[in-house]
Design a protein around this ligand. Sequence first.
Ligand code: ZN
Length: 378
Amino acid sequence: MRCMSERGAITAADLARATGLARSTISTALSELRSARIVIEVAQSMDVRGVGRPTSVFSLNPKAGTCIGLHVGLSSLRLIVADVSHAVLHHDEIELGLDYTPQAAIRKARVAMSEAYRRGGLSPHSLLGIGVAVAGPVAPDGRIQRASMVPSWAGVNVRDVFASAFDTAVFADNESNCSALAEMIWGAAADIDDFVYLKIDVGLGGAIVVQRRVVTGAAGAGGEFGHISIDPNGGLCRCGNHGCLELTAGFRTVLERMSHRRKKSVSIEDVVERAFGGDLDCVEAIAGIAEAAGRGLGIIGSILNPGIVVVGGAGAAAGPLLFDRLTDSYERHTLLKRAQLTEAQRLRIVPARFTTDGSLMGAVALVLRGLGALQGEG
Ligand SMILES: [Zn+2]
């Protein structure tokens, strides 16, 4: 089940290969799981040579259970419903305005959830748990820290309030930690034990993964790369400190400047699209962000010396406009240069699989992992 949950639809032969179990064991387990309707046959495929008997392809029965992933953002709540094979069955975004309360979020989430289950013909009894990704540090016990970016949630134990409101298992973590988990299980870092996740978005977020564990630190602020203070004389950051990295390596400053000049709200998607269309101002804005993020990666490199950095967030959609300068800037700010290193020692900077929905997929992964359906820390 764990293998199916991670890989999706799979044949019995591939299951045997992936788990190391004997074909007979797999076949017995499959027939038991099929009679319990936990596993279903989804298709038949010919083998690669196109000869011989068709082979059955199995997957977890989507109706065997559903999970909800929630993202508590600065001014909105996003929600997905996924089945146990992590296929997304429903997606919703609810605008709540700045500094909404947990009670408002719970009310809206309840309405959105019942509507999603009704429309999808899903039983509410299939709900296995809720994962919550939060735009701010979350302590290991589920408490949102005072320094949180969602002020009215500060001090709230997000696990407790959702668990009592929805009477189900609830798991919570910081949004970038969730994104890193999604990349580790289903994305760009599958099968990689140690990596750094960097989210270049309106702000700058991140996560550190060591031995397939997301390192959250004593109070949940591990990997908050955006708030590395690099200039004591720099501008005021939304966290209250001065000169944080995200002032130059996140899109917020650029978006505010462009929105002011164009007298309308400009998004990261707008900047990326204009940059690809040859707008020099946007190309330079992205290059400036990449330059600053590369400098930040240099600092991270001196602390952790990662072999791989997975870059997600809406900014990653800028592709080579971002990645080329990021790589170049890192090279100028790191101690050991490429020429000194072997291929295996060189940092690889790769795009994330999940760009904008990574934290939601990670919230689903929190549930599946927490309930033992995925490998990793519990
Ligand atoms: Zn800050």
